[in-house]
Design a protein around this ligand. Structure first.
Ligand code: BGC
Length: 586
């Protein structure tokens, strides 16, 4: 067990590994990752050097939105296992010194949730309907939606039910929004938080944390049309959906539940709000931590990263929390691909070249060598920072986005519902099942991205419990996955996996677990990000420097011991472009 994990404040400086359960490891051969699959890889996770795993939703779901449409909040999807499997997974994680964080989705349920079925059956004005946001339509017979809001996944944000009323869904129509003005909703979620805490869960990731406190009564729906659903960065508190002051009452209530436990349960909020508001969610009497997504939307420019680091540390300080760093997750294209594409200054993730995003067998390729080199430099820049580092499954293997999944195999709702449908591929390209074993490689001659071929790079076993051939992975894996398989990378000391392991173990050993949120900047010029931190007292050093050169001209490195380098240095004193080092100073 790492020292950090024995501390109640473990989460303040943690390395958290995000698992997208349906794509991590399939233990029973149905082509879908599951809870026993996670348990079977706990040693791998420990050897990687992480402090905690965060599981995206594994609850019963029809997968209208990758599991973020939950039918039953206090159960496991039977395709992924059962509660006994969950308990066994937590116990195995704890034995390996790994904390467990689960995803809480409070903005909406699935349309097959018992509450929503009851709301449909109970009719207008019923108590069951008041748990959601039902309104009368506009037009002479209420035949038009209450207003013109468009859902974040495309199409109207309102869906009509049989008796003529309409319900609000900010996301897919299978995700009706809950009414947080209803006390029953509050009680239900407190019950869910206690349920998972009683099952040994150490913390929670709160989905769409900024969206719960809606204000839709009073004004007519038509009047509310001056706002749009897409404008979550409105910051003056007047938006009827997002980032309203009242949302903080909910998290103060939840904090009391977290504090019923010893140690108190941890929480991190997903709140896409203006940076100056983010850290309200992170205050110690609310969630305690919040995601900072600036790295996930920054392109490979030193200025973008410098600003992200400065703002992130400052905001963490002002909330009394610690910073968080996220380069990839299940909602954004994998960062080695982003860094290997033509770069435009600042926040261009959503402006990836169209011919690449829509790749359907066309010839455009990202520059993988460059993307990979930069991703290697990026983890050394990120992992020495104070605060928590969130790693998305497969990031440690250096996986690229899979941008050419055939349209008829996609699962994400966004490609089919967004305005001008089929103009984006959505989020499946970063959710393709992981490659564990290169010996289980499909025969290139019979491989077909539409149908698979019976091999899955060890994601599924060869056979299911009845001895039948395992089903193909739920999303097709490309042939190039072979070179990124865990076994290949474990044998190669220059692989991304070897770099991540070395980096995380040096981080644990050398960087002080102090709760501080500051770095000392070194002035190495505009194209360089260089900072130092105090080294752990038990180490041989006083400070550790992390230095990344973005510029075309090599820079001269300071004296000290070369602890890590993202690429082989031909000359120990020179740091070339797109390369990072850690240097220990005595
Ligand atoms: C999750 C997404 C999901 C959405 C709706 C998010 O922000 O990360 O994957 O589609 O919430 O639940």
């Amino acid at each position: 067990m790492t020292l950090n994990n024995l501390n109640d404040d473990w989460w303040k400086q943690a390395v958290v590994y995000q698992i997208y359960p349906r794509s991590f490891k399939d233990a029973n051969g149905d082509g879908l990752g599951d809870i026993p699959g996670i348990t079977s890889k706990m040693r791998y996770l420990r050897e990687l050097g992480i402090d905690a795993i965060w599981l995206s939703p594994f609850y019963p779901s029809d997968l209208a939105d990758g599991g973020y449409d939950i039918i039953d909040y206090r159960n496991v999807d039977p395709r992924l296992g059962d509660m006994a499997d969950f308990d066994a997974m937590v116990s195995q994680a704890h034995q390996e010194g790994i904390k467990v964080i689960v995803d809480i989705v409070p903005n909406h349920t699935a349309d097959r949730h018992a509450w929503f079925l009851e709301a449909l059956a109970s009719g207008r004005g019923s108590a069951a309907r008041d748990r959601y946001i039902f309104k009368e339509g506009s037009g002479p017979n209420g035949e038009f939606p209450p207003n013109d809001w468009q859902s974040l996944f495309g199409g109207p944000a309102w869906e009509r039910v049989e008796d003529g009323q309409w319900y609000l869904h900010i996301f897919a129509k299978e995700q009706p929004d809950l009414n947080w003005n209803n006390p029953e909703v509050h009680e239900e979620f407190k019950k869910t938080l206690r349920f998972w805490s009683d099952h040994g869960t150490d913390g929670f990731r709160v989905d769409v944390a900024h969206g719960l406190a809606k204000k839709l009564d009073g004004a007519s729906m038509k009047d509310l049309s001056r706002w749009t659903v897409h404008d979550s960065l409105s910051h003056d508190g007047t938006h009827p959906l997002w980032d309203r002051a009242q949302v903080h009452d909910i998290y103060r209530e939840w904090r009391q539940v977290f504090n019923e436990y010893d140690p108190p349960r941890f929480a991190v909020g997903e709140a896409w709000v203006v940076p100056e508001h983010q850290y309200l969610y992170a205050s110690p009497d609310e969630l305690g931590q919040v995601f900072n997504f600036e790295f996930a939307i920054a392109n490979w420019f030193s200025g973008d990263f410098r600003t992200a680091i400065r703002d992130g540390l400052q905001a963490a300080k002002s909330s009394g929390s610690t910073a968080t760093w996220v380069m990839s997750n299940h909602d954004v294209p994998r960062h080695p691909s982003r860094y290997g594409l033509p770069q435009a200054p600042s926040k261009a993730t959503h402006q990836l070249p169209k011919d690449w995003v829509l790749r359907d067998g066309s010839s455009y390729e990202e520059n993988r060598e460059l993307g990979s080199k930069r991703a290697r430099a990026a983890i050394l820049m990120e992992a020495a920072l104070p605060g928590s580092v969130y790693i998305y499954q497969g990031e440690e293997l250096g996986l690229f986005e899979v941008p050419d999944i055939p349209w008829d195999r996609l699962e994400d709702p966004t490609p089919f519902r967004t305005r001008g449908r089929y103009t984006e591929k959505g989020r499946d390209g970063c959710r393709v099942p992981l490659p564990w074993d290169s010996l289980d490689t499909p025969d290139p001659a019979s491989w077909n991205p539409r149908f698979g071929s019976g091999a899955s790079f060890g994601f599924s076993p060869a056979h299911d419990a009845d001895g039948a051939r395992s089903a193909d992975p739920h999303l097709p894996q490309p042939l190039w996955y072979r070179d990124f398989s865990v076994d290949v990378e474990q044998r190669d000391e220059t692989s991304m996996l070897s770099l991540y392991k070395a980096c995380l173990s040096r981080r644990a050993e050398l960087l002080t677990p102090a709760q501080d949120s500051s770095v000392t900047w070194l002035d190495e010029g505009d194209d360089v990000i260089a900072y130092t931190r105090d080294a752990a007292e038990s180490s041989a050093y006083t400070t550790i420097a992390s230095i990344t050169n973005f510029g075309a001209t090599a820079i001269t490195l300071p004296e000290g011991d070369l602890i890590l380098s993202s690429a082989q240095l031909d000359d120990r004193s020179q740091l070339p472009q797109d390369t990072s080092v850690w240097i220990g100073m005595r």
